[in-house]
Design a protein around this ligand. Structure first.
Ligand code: GTP
Ligand code: MG
Length: 455
């Protein structure tokens, strides 16, 4: 069907017809109900509040059961979330309930980042749903919807108003989730103080532009009760799973030495109001608001981030194919740019390494030249020394020959007949002694030098 045909069809005046009898399509709401009942429902509650403020007790009281409870410690380094899912059934209605509680909220010295894990958790559930929605083969009806439908923000009853952590956290979350603020452990504050605290909290929320969930007043059936309940916010709640006998009735209450606080007594606290609003009257609206308002906003931002838009700047109708092509081109250009950048980086790196290697090579060459020169100098010195030694040896040999000649002459002299001249004899003997001594010295030093040469 062309777009023009659709326009004509839409503009065509609708004609009313009277039916002749019962046809049966008035059972459509019943069909929807039975289909929904068969499918079951999911409802996800997020409890944000300081450690030990009464989150688990309130959940147990709200659903009149005992969920798994793990006490948090006050020494967590950062905030994290603990989700727990339960299958519940009331009459023939099945409910997949997920309760997510903060762990370690408000326990850190620096609380600046405390809201982040909560925000990330909420976004992660939206992302999960969006991924399922964008699949070619999707099964949205069968998949477990984990998007947070309501955030119960627990305000400490102590103090005169909200803490900055409360304001910052609620402000960060208000566009992501339906927030209902509750004053926890309301039995620890007097009635007049509680009234003042409620007024103060509401005025602070308004002046800081924090959007909390307003019970809808469009539907006539619930308009009155909802608008009246809107004036009671934030609800002052008390939680207890203890059954106490009051009169002849067993009721949920907290027992004190001076009396008891009944959880379901509207004069004692707003627990019943909270349960009415949350579970009996507005559960479906909370689910709807989550889908139509918070998820829609997330989806729109995400798709716009991905390059999808309903109309282009010239108000031409949006084409998925064109957007896809444009994105693909954009991606390819980016890819090419990155490739070029990496190639350039590689070339630069190679150049740098080459220069470094050349520098090293030059250094090595210089060193080699220096060593070569040193070696030549040493060689020259050794040559010089060798020459000197040879000269010394020659001189020595000459002396040796002279000494031997002298010795020979002396010995010859001794073998001739004794001269009468006493002085002559004496002289000869002296000469012999000197020659002998020289010969002895020569032999000794000659032996030594041979020994050195040998070594
Ligand atoms: P973590 O999960 O450890 O962060 O604690 P929580 O916020 O779940 O608190 P929990 O419900 O475990 O309650 C902590 C203590 O507060 C328990 O001793 C409860 O009995 C008590 N408590 C819970 N609700 C109330 C209440 O409404 N009034 C008073 N006075 N005490 C409460
Ligand atoms: Mg708990």
């Amino acid at each position: 069907m062309a777009a023009n045909d659709i326009d004509v069809f839409a503009n065509e005046e609708k004609r009313n017809l009277e039916l002749g009898g019962h046809v049966g399509f008035d059972s459509l709401p019943d069909q929807l109900v039975s289909k929904s009942v068969a499918q079951g429902f999911s409802f996800n509650i997020l409890c944000v509040g300081e450690t030990g403020i009464g989150k688990s007790t309130l959940m147990n009281t709200l659903f009149n059961t005992t969920f798994e409870n793990e006490e948090g410690s006050h020494y967590e380094n950062e905030v994290h979330l603990r989700p727990q899912t339960y299958d519940l059934q009331e009459s023939n209605v099945k409910l997949k309930l997920t309760i997510v509680q903060t762990v370690g909220f408000g326990d850190q010295i620096n609380k600046e980042e405390s809201y982040k894990p909560i925000l990330e958790y909420i976004d992660a559930q939206f992302e999960r749903y969006l991924e399922e929605e964008l699949k070619i083969k999707r099964s949205l009806l069968n998949c477990h919807d984990t998007r947070i439908h309501i955030c119960l923000y627990f305000i400490a009853p102590t103090g005169h108003s909200l803490k900055s952590l409360d304001l910052v956290t609620m402000k960060k979350l208000d566009s992501k989730v339906n927030i209902i603020p509750v004053i926890a452990k309301a039995d620890t504050v007097s009635k007049s103080e509680l009234d003042k605290l409620k007024i103060k909290i509401m005025s602070e929320l308004v002046s800081n532009g924090v959007q909390i969930y307003q019970f809808p007043t469009e539907d006539e059936a619930v308009a009155e009760i909802n608008s009246s309940m809107n004036t009671h916010l934030p609800f002052a709640v008390v939680g207890s799973v203890e059954d106490v006998k009051v009169g002849n009735k067993m009721v949920k209450a907290r027992l004190y030495p001076w009396g008891s606080v009944q959880v379901e007594n509207e004069n004692h606290c707003d627990f019943v109001k909270l349960r009415e609003m949350l579970l009996r009257v507005n559960m479906e609206d909370l689910r709807e608001q989550t889908h139509a308002q918070h998820y829609e906003l997330y989806r729109r931002c995400k798709l716009e981030e991905m390059g999808f838009k309903d109309t282009d700047p010239d108000s031409q109708s949006f084409s998925l194919q064109e957007t896809y092509e444009a994105k693909r081109k954009e991606f390819l250009v980016e890819l090419q740019r990155k490739e070029e950048e990496m190639r350039q980086m590689f070339v630069n790196k190679v150049k740098e390494t080459e220069a470094e290697l050349k520098e090293k090579e030059k250094e090595l060459h210089d060193r080699f030249e220096q060593l070569k020169r040193m070696h030549q100098d040493e060689k020259k010195n050794l040559e010089e020394k060798r020459r000197e030694l040879e000269e010394e040896m020659n001189a020595f040999n000459r002396r040796k020959v002279a000494a031997e000649t002298l010795m020979g002459q002396a010995l010859q002299g001794c073998s001739q007949p004794f001269k009468k001249d006493k002085d002559k004899k004496k002289l000869t003997c002296q000469t012999v002694t000197q020659a002998g001594a020289r010969l002895f010295t020569y032999h000794r030093s000659h032996r030594c030098s041979r020994h050195v040469q040998h070594r």
